[in-house]
Design a protein around this ligand. Sequence first.
Ligand SMILES: NC(=O)c1ccc[n+]([C@@H]2O[C@H](COP(=O)([O-])OP(=O)(O)OC[C@H]3O[C@@H](n4cnc5c(N)ncnc54)[C@H](O)[C@@H]3O)[C@@H](O)[C@H]2O)c1
Length: 502
Amino acid sequence: MQTDRREFLKGTAWMGAAALAAGCASEGFKLSVGGSMQGYGAPALKKVRVGFVGLGMRGPGAVHRIAAIPGAEVAALCDIHPERVAMQQKWLADNGKPKALEFTGPEGYKAMCESDAIDVVYNATSWNMHVPIALYAMEHGKHAMVEVPSAFTLDECYALVETSERTRMHCMQLENCCYGEAEMLALRLVREGKLGEIVHGEGAYIHDLRDLCYADWAADFSKYGYADFWRLKHNVAHKGNQYDTHGLGPVCEYMNINRGDRFDYLVSLESDQFNFEAYAKAKFPNSKWKADLKIAMGDMNTMLIKTVNGKSIMIQHDVSSPRPYSRINRVTGTMGAFEGIGFIGKDGEPADKVNALLMDGCVGKFGWTENPGDPVHGYFDENTMQEMREKYRHPLWRPEISDVAKAIGGHGGMDFIMDLRWIYCLQNGLPLDTDVYDLASWCCLAELSERSVKNRSSSVDIPDFTNGGWKTAKPLGIVDIDLEKMGFNPGDVKADSSALNV
Ligand SMILES: NC(=O)c1ccc[n+]([C@@H]2O[C@H](COP(=O)([O-])OP(=O)(O)OC[C@H]3O[C@@H](n4cnc5c(N)ncnc54)[C@H](O)[C@@H]3O)[C@@H](O)[C@H]2O)c1
């Protein structure tokens, strides 16, 4: 079994030519140049000045959320398309916020990262730009907050780890699902020991994105769609689970991955491709390139992970089947079980509607026994569950915070709670809830699962990015925010529905 980074890199020598051709770092990789980032709190920032890059469907919601947080500032805006920068600048002016610096063009992010006017780069660009911008940001003394998935290959993951350690800049993946109401309730139940020792976790990203993938987009937002078809292009080229973190992130927190346990190996099995190509043929008879496009990605990918402590995880990915949205979020232990996510499509609403995601309310179901060895034949009745949801609600979902989070929006409020929390951590010099090692461990599975699929689902080792730090790192606790210290007054916050929040 390969455990440390250097050994693992030796084991990936088969990748050599492709990796080097891509200018990647594995050949020259050094261990812990600046020391581990586990548990590291960067010097406290009185004001957190944020520069945003990528103002498509996702970025504007982040601008609006950060603008609502005291002690945070929307200091800079950047997109290839000047129209998209102008729209957010107008939103700031309309909402009485200070004007932000503006950067445009494909390399405008470089000048933004070099600027002394920002402390953090919030990266909501297309997938190909996550790593180059994050690396450039850290090299120029900026913390890198990166949308999901932050990276796709081992080399990219190693480059982010090495750069974060050397520069002492945080590199955090913006995994909002770790902050969902049901996911945080489950974490609290796990920490209280209600489910006993955790044995197995399941998650997924099941979301019919066929319409968005093929949609022609427009810089002026007159249409939905991924800029320049970036997601479709990725699906054309890759198999494997290319978007695992929404389902995986919360499960890793329950199971203390990188903090007492770590991934050992995976196997990944994928169906062939049926739905994307049939959809395009049916919907675009007049567009030859869409109707004839071959997609490498199968419809359903199922990945199984074994941890070194003997636990198991199942993660699925399907963005092309006509079926309702799901992230599963199931966790089972020696005393009980939990399943459910913090928001789902509204009853009866078709799964292909973007606003099927815009829902609040906690739908987690659970049950446990107080007596070891007793069976749990069903979940608690609804009244008992409601009582338990109140009793074990995560403090970040108390009404003072969650009412504001729901009003501001972003996947039923979890996006706001995530942003509020990392801003609070930076303001107080605290370690962030997830670090560059979590990012790397979760994201490298895109390449490793693809490798397994292409090799008849054979098992693939998963490296230890923490360099042994997982053995002593402390599990994530039930963290909180001191609202008074932050100067956060829920009454000051206005509801905002102007962002798409897909
Ligand atoms: N966490 C979540 O729930 C969630 C939800 C949706 C999307 N996302 C992630 O957010 C990211 C963006 O997704 P989206 O739906 O907004 O895509 P999008 O195509 O609508 O937006 C991407 C934007 O990035 C800009 N861009 C691309 N390259 C750039 C560069 N070099 N410099 C400046 N700007 C550049 C594009 O012009 C576009 O405006 C993706 O990584 C996606 O996976 C996360």
